[in-house]
Unconditional design. Structure first.
Length: 357
């Protein structure tokens, strides 16, 4: 019920610009595909309830532990139910192969709404994922782990190669978000406390990087005409016109690409290390290769802002005070996280132990 109560306002937010065809289309696509995912979620929950007689997280964990200790055969219907629930949550977190709605919705929705989509729902869904899979269905790890890791690999690969062909900023950030969800799912797919800790560290850093990137997009309002920067080419010459804004976005892009010693590098490092500690060397290798491919399209932004030939001057309005604060705080976090990560690592380790054990 809570997940659906979170989704219903999002459908309305996506189509809040009633006079915009793109916004209306985004809301309609999101609603239709979201309703389909909700049906899958409900079907999976009904299978779990029909076979166990409960929907309580603790009771489900006790039932599965008792079945495991008694060497009882787990019904296939229960595994199917867990798979359906995982698929529905993967849809809501924009993970591949359930990502088809995200680029269109991110592009069609108002930019401030797209910023909300990119940050808030993912925190809730990933928290539920950890609580449900690592606690209630921990003894079914052999079943759901395959689904999560396949989704993680597909998200990283599809996002890495599809983002290469993008020319619009919001669609590019949508595919970037899909790729980051793939890295997040690696931590969950390891099934270890260290993996969950890496997931939490990556989530916090991802949220801050995403806030910075989308605040940058919100700050690119044209001064000579209405609207914001839509295409990559709208940012040509930004390094000369607004060097401070360009430097801020450059550091965020490098962090998203995983360039040391920025925060994004630390996030990917913890996730990949947790995968290797769990013996998932192939998954870690694919993640590293996708990061290399991703570095290309992130560096393309920097080339456009600093080195592309300037044919005509495009000026933007002055950045608002609120946006400046968000950009400044997130920028300082991104470049200074590696200096003292101990506090965050200690907190996330305690949180992982609390949710998993």
């Amino acid at each position: 019920m809570t997940i659906e109560l979170l989704s219903l306002p999002l459908y309305a937010l996506a189509s809040i610009k009633t006079r915009s065809l793109l916004s209306t289309e985004a809301g309609l696509k999101y609603f239709i595909l979201g309703a389909f995912a909700s049906g899958i979620l409900l079907f999976g929950m009904s299978l779990i309830y029909g076979l166990t007689g409960t929907t309580n997280f603790e009771d489900l964990a006790k039932i599965l532990i008792g079945a495991y200790e008694s060497n009882l055969i787990i019904p296939n219907g229960l595994i199917v139910g867990v798979t359906f629930v995982a698929a529905a949550l993967l849809f809501k977190s924009t993970a591949a192969p359930f990502h088809m709605w995200a680029p269109d919705v991110y592009e069609g929705a108002p930019t401030i709404v797209s910023t909300f989509f990119a940050v808030v729902p993912k925190i809730a869904i990933l928290g539920l994922f950890v609580r449900l899979l690592m606690y209630s269905f921990h003894d079914l790890m052999d079943s759901w782990q395959v689904v999560i890791l396949l989704s993680a690999i597909m998200s990283m690969v599809i996002a890495a190669f599809t983002a290469l062909t993008q020319r619009k900023i919001k669609r590019f950030l949508a595919y970037s978000s899909i790729g980051h969800v793939g890295y997040l799912l690696i931590g969950l797919g390891t099934g270890t406390v260290e993996g969950v800790q890496g997931l939490f560290v990556y989530t916090l850093i991802y949220v801050i990087m995403t806030l910075n990137a989308w605040t940058f997009v919100l700050s690119t309002e044209f001064s000579h005409k209405t609207g914001r920067a839509v295409y990559f080419t709208d940012l040509i010459g930004l390094g000369k016109m607004n060097p401070l804004l360009a430097i801020t976005f450059t550091c965020t892009l490098l962090s998203m690409a995983g360039i040391p010693p920025l925060a994004g590098f630390c996030a990917k490092m913890y996730v990949f290390f947790s995968a290797m500690e769990g013996g998932m060397y192939l998954v870690a290798f694919i993640g590293v290769m996708c990061s290399v491919v991703g570095a290309f399209y992130y560096l393309r932004f920097i080339k456009i802002m600093y080195f592309e030939k300037l044919t005509n001057w495009v000026s933007f309005n002055q950045v608002s005070r609120e946006a400046s604060i968000i950009l400044g705080v997130s920028f300082l976090f991104i470049i200074g996280f590696f200096l003292n990560p101990t506090l965050l690592l200690t907190f996330t380790h305690k949180l992982a132990l609390l949710l998993v054990i």
